[in-house]
Design a protein around this ligand. Structure first.
Ligand code: 9MR
Length: 657
């Protein structure tokens, strides 16, 4: 029996309908430990191998059907759709370990949908979780259900079982396996993201299992903020009217407090993950938007925010008060959610006013996705501007930034940030991830190297932009900790995605180096012996005093190709005069006068006062020995416009041609 503690809910669930679970994706995947099988039930020994019915089902090893060998488990006499074959795994599953469960199922007759579920109990309170959702099954063939499950709480009962959606038909089960891959230790000798990016807290959205074991180590090493990904949503905190439940969120908040991490509360109001009762009258009928409906709904909203807000008080420094209220395709720009159709804009007004009352010092945000798209951005701007004009206490605009390797551009993102500056709100990047996919039809069994490289450049460029706007941005959060747990594995279709800084075995990807030290993009994920880091928005080197030679050396041609009053155009050619190739480059120089780069092509730029850092574009990062790369730019100048006299490339001083 496990030790009991007052802990809770929250698991990592990744449901996939068919066999393949993606394997480790980082460069050293071949070195990742092999999976260990802890359960392998094939019923070939003629027993039920520990399976029991959840109720009065009759279980027996049977030769009537077999997926492999000559026998399977026959399950007859089911009395409810939720009753089926179950296996007790209380003494098998360890908290914080991600298990892959695979079962083969077929119906004895007819057809239905089957799903794989977990029941866990603590002190007679049961919770049910779906590991693999409804999947069509028939009597005509075997269907595989494979999913991953991570226990994150203490329990005194734990089992997984197969149930069906509509009928109580008899089932066969075969070749049940459960395996896990031993955790790879996190890299402790690479720079902490939070120590490199110091302009604002850097956060990760987490579920319960991510505060445990190696995940917990990774989280507290690199991040100084968390967002509970689901645990503070209405369905978790007030599942039934007036019944508040903090069992999912409390452990996450306690972890954050213990490790000194900031907390973003997500979210008081959303159209998803809100229980049906919220929009029903006392008699259970649907609200339609009468005056009484509106009053009741606003009452419920107020009560919800007062309770959840007060439960955590000042421990949560920022709240997404409302989430995803914009629909730019509507004439008024407002999403037609039940909130809106029943109350108009009043739900937003009420939510912010009540939140301010109960949380006088919290930053109160309005959060949305695709805010880099002009129409959406402008609709959000108009709403915030109108409501602020009325005195509604909106402190902050949250940009989710669910983006991908080729979208959006830095310029679009910069326009997004610039748009909101005049409103006097702080801005936060709240849910950033960078999908490796650029369309719903793509599906890679393992992330292709070029996508991971493009992803690293995207992270590099976006973080450089955020740091440039440090005065406008007060927090940047990624929507997940590592690629082993991302919502993008099931959205918009089921396929393995890899959108975060760390891979499925928690090792640093090029994306991580894009944030921490872009010169290491594309290099091995092994920790550098003396990690380089930068604490400004504009990484610069400490170049050695004389021009380099040998493996890494470079020559720079800097030309002003056009000049007019106040402006100029420049062209820079980098030649690799060394013997080793560059796989990613960063060129630094100092302008001697008042010169500012306003636009740059074939690369990206950050400028901090006179210090300039130009990074390669996705297509010109590799410069072989003897090869060259070029970029061009437009700049402004006042006074004079002298050419810089000293350049360094990835830390090596270059000769100037
Ligand atoms: O990460 C969340 C995922 O586990 C949920 O299944 C999903 C659906 O409700 O919500 C995810 O988080 C969303 C966030 O709350 C709001 N912006 C979009 C996020 C991704 O869907």
């Amino acid at each position: 029996m496990r030790a009991l503690a007052r802990l809770t809910v929250a698991t990592t669930l990744i449901a996939v309908s068919t066999a393949a679970i993606a394997v480790a994706t980082h460069a050293d995947a071949a070195d990742a430990p092999a999976p260990i099988t802890v359960i392998n039930a094939d019923f070939e020994d003629g027993t039920v191998e520990g399976f029991t019915g959840r109720s009065a089902e009759v279980l027996a090893a049977s030769t009537a059907q077999a997926h492999g060998g000559t026998r399977s488990l026959s399950v007859t006499g089911r009395t409810a759709t939720w009753n089926g074959p179950a296996l007790n795994v209380l003494d098998t599953f360890e908290k914080g370990t991600s298990y892959t469960i695979s079962v083969w199922v077929r119906m004895a007759d007819g057809s239905d949908s089957a799903r794989l579920s977990v029941e866990r109990r603590l002190a007679d309170t049961a919770n049910y979780e779906t590991v693999v959702g409804n999947t069509a099954v028939t009597s005509g063939g075997w269907v595989n259900l494979t999913g991953r499950y991570t226990l994150s709480t203490d329990v005194d009962h734990l089992s997984f079982y197969v149930e069906t959606a509509s009928t109580t038909g008899s089932l066969f089960l075969d070749d049940v396996t459960v395996s896990y891959t031993p955790a790879v230790p996190i890299q402790t000798d690479i720079p902490n993201v939070k120590s490199v990016v110091t302009e604002f807290p850097v956060g990760a959205a987490i579920t319960g299992a991510e505060i445990l074991g190696e995940h917990g180590q990774l989280l507290s090493k690199h991040f100084n903020s968390i967002t509970p990904g689901n645990a503070l949503k209405w369905d978790a905190t007030e599942p039934a009217a007036g019944t508040f439940n903090y069992t999912q969120a409390d452990p996450l908040i306690a972890y954050a407090k213990a490790n000194g991490l900031a907390i973003r509360g997500h979210t008081f109001v959303w159209h998803n993950q809100t229980p049906a009762w919220v929009f029903q009258r006392a008699d259970g009928t649907a609200m339609t938007g009468t005056a009484d409906d509106k009053a009741l709904l606003l009452d419920r909203l107020e009560n919800h925010i007062r309770n959840v807000g007060a439960h955590y008080g000042s421990a949560i420094g920022t709240w997404d008060v409302v989430n995803e209220v914009i629909d730019e395709s509507q004439s008024d720009g407002m999403r037609r959610s039940s909130w809106y159709t029943i109350t108009g804009l009043d739900y937003i007004r009420t939510a912010f006013k009540v939140a301010r009352e109960v949380l006088p010092t919290a930053k109160l945000c309005i959060n949305d996705y695709n805010t880099n798209v002009a129409a959406k951005r402008d609709a959000l701007y108009n709403l915030v501007s109108t409501l602020k004009g009325e005195g509604i206490p909106i402190d902050c605009v949250g940009h989710q930034m669910h983006i991908n390797v080729s979208w959006p551009t830095v310029a679009e993102t910069e326009a997004m940030i610039q748009k909101f500056v005049p409103l006097g709100v702080t801005q936060q990047i709240t849910e950033m991830d960078v999908s490796i996919y650029t369309s719903s039809s793509e599906n890679f069994p393992t992330p292709p190297a070029d996508r991971l490289l493009s992803q690293a450049y995207k992270y590099r460029d976006m973080f450089a932009l955020f740091r440039k706007y440090a005065s406008a941005i007060s927090s940047v959060t990624l929507w997940g900790l590592a690629d082993d747990n991302t919502w993008l594995d099931t959205y918009p279709v089921s396929r393995k995605d890899a959108p975060l800084l760390f891979d499925t075995t928690l090792q640093a990807k090029s994306a991580y180096w894009g944030v921490v030290d872009p010169t290491r993009i594309g290099t091995t994920t092994t920790a550098p012996t003396s990690p380089s880091s930068s604490s400004t928005g504009n990484p610069t080197d400490s170049p050695s005093p004389s021009a380099s030679s040998g493996a890494n050396s470079c020559s720079i041609t800097y030309r002003v190709t056009g000049s007019w009053q106040g402006g100029f155009q420049g062209d820079v050619k980098i030649t690799n005069t060394g013997t080793a190739p560059y796989s990613a480059w960063r060129l630094n120089w100092q302008f001697a006068a008042d010169q500012t780069i306003t636009q740059l092509w074939n690369g990206s730029v950050t400028q901090n006062e006179n210090s300039v850092a130009v990074f390669n574009a996705a297509w010109n990062g590799v410069v072989p020995a003897g090869g060259s790369a070029s970029f061009g730019f437009l700049g402004s100048w006042t006074g004079s416009n002298p050419a810089p006299t000293s350049f360094s490339m990835n830390g090596n001083v270059c000769t100037v041609a």
